[in-house]
Ligand binder design. Sequence first.
Ligand SMILES: [Zn+2]
Length: 376
Amino acid sequence: MASTETIEQVKERIEEVDPAEAQEELRGDGVALIDTREPYEHLEAHIEGSELVRPADVTDRIEEVVPDHSQRVLLYCASGNRSARAADELRELGYENAASVRGGIKAWEAEGLPVVMAEGMTPEQRNRYSRHTLLPEVGVEGQLKMLNAKVLLVGAGGLGAPSALYLAAAGIGTLGLVDDDEVDESNLQRQVIHNTERIGQPKTESARKTIEALNPDVDVIEHRTRLDASNITDIIKDYDVIVDGADNFPTRYLLNDASVRLRKPVVSASILAFDGQISTFLPYEGPCYRCLYPTPPPAELAPSCGAAGVLGVMAGVMGIGEPLIGRLLLYDSLGTHFTELKVRRDPECPICGPNAQEIPESEMGKFPDYELFCAA
Ligand SMILES: [Zn+2]
């Protein structure tokens, strides 16, 4: 088949049937219906009973799907061009009875004929998340879980900003943002969720505007405050997962202790100059932050605004993959070097260890003075 041929020339050689005729034929027996599109298109909406054979695979796979060269074969695609070429390929392979559905599934749907759709998602969502649902590891089910998930980001800064963008783009249905800061010009070099026009605005508000523009499916909840012992229980209790991008140790220890009490998983990332680390703390299943770091590091090693924003991206991406429970991933950006360390629960941990004090209801949400603890 000459590749310079127009689709009109191809169509002159093959048989085309209108959608209504095709539906009539499909009511009978012995008709093979082939969807000649890509898997994500098939998943979004397809005609019931159709077998997917990608356009690139038609020649190789057709004999496996339709061994009988005399069988009636109807092919369809989105608008009838790919299926016309496929019907022509079948003709060349000796299939005597292949036809293409004129106008494809678009014409089929326009005539009000039934299709099988990815359930639970709107047509816009099926399209937006098609590259996710195409992945067998995610699928429609996984995407629906994400749309129903509630993730809290502690900090809308260097680590929180890229995480928020990726989580929003991925379709996490509810994103909570905790930050009491305002956008400063010096943030913009790495805090990619903000922009020049937003200088002086609260970071949560700036982040919300960006997220809403990126993905209207995401419900953004602004917590324009600083996490402290008096508010942390109320803020974190309704979320499924917490992404810890806190830029200071008191908040990090506070968040750890509260999340262990409420059994909330925390994806925790931190950066220091060109090094970063990330881990997932799943209370009582793996170690907590205190199992790893019983005491804060000396003040001179405490991270200030980091130079590398990449770890935030990792927090967004890795939170979705195999959780790093009991594993600490270290990243050296100058050497582009990853190291994975096994970390274990500390039997002496005052928070999650076997000898940790059971916390009575009346003490929930009451925490020691972390400023003092970290300054010690
Ligand atoms: Zn612990």
